[in-house]
Design a protein around this ligand. Sequence first.
Ligand SMILES: Cc1cc2nc3c(=O)[nH]c(=O)nc-3n(C[C@H](O)[C@H](O)[C@H](O)COP(=O)(O)O)c2cc1C
Length: 175
Amino acid sequence: MNVIVLYASRYGSTKGIAEFIAEKLRQHGLEAEARSVDAAPEIRDYGAVVIGSAVYMGHWMREAAEFVRKNSDVLDGRPVWLFSSGPLKPEPEAVSQDAPGIEPDEIAELRRLVHPRNTRVFSGALDPAKLDFPHRLIRRLPAGREVLPEGDFRNWDEIEAWAAGIAREIAVPAA
Ligand SMILES: Cc1cc2nc3c(=O)[nH]c(=O)nc-3n(C[C@H](O)[C@H](O)[C@H](O)COP(=O)(O)O)c2cc1C
């Protein structure tokens, strides 16, 4: 089966996660490629879709949420996985459908629209040198640096395990 891994990423760390997931899916024998949601190919041509977004101020990036809303009919007929990349700490608790505590606001809505097989929050990364001016200002607010610490907290083992789970589910379709 061919899989498309779509991402919305402002500074590249979510793109890195998407490319890593696509690479792991290929290692499991699937055809997989990662693309920006802004340059998404026709998703009808893909058997399964993974969509991830960076999280800013508690929200998915607008283009990612809009993409899911606009394509919800096609997506709802396919196996879909959603991931968010945000928390700047090593271990955001794994988020299940029963414990949506740290998930961005849109996820509950997107879940209703496309019934993903799984949704997941991964730790993100922040490089202050890359931030645009408005984000630099937010980081200069009192407690900004505390809430938004510098560092790369992406847990590749965790991401690899998630990708392996996707590969397993695709290989053995749900009844
Ligand atoms: C101004 C600003 C606000 C952020 N807000 C959140 C947030 O609300 N929740 C969260 O989990 N992460 C938040 N983050 C962390 C980013 O989601 C994290 O750095 C992510 O890895 C960025 O992905 P990107 O490099 O693909 O854009 C914020 C980062 C910045 C700079």
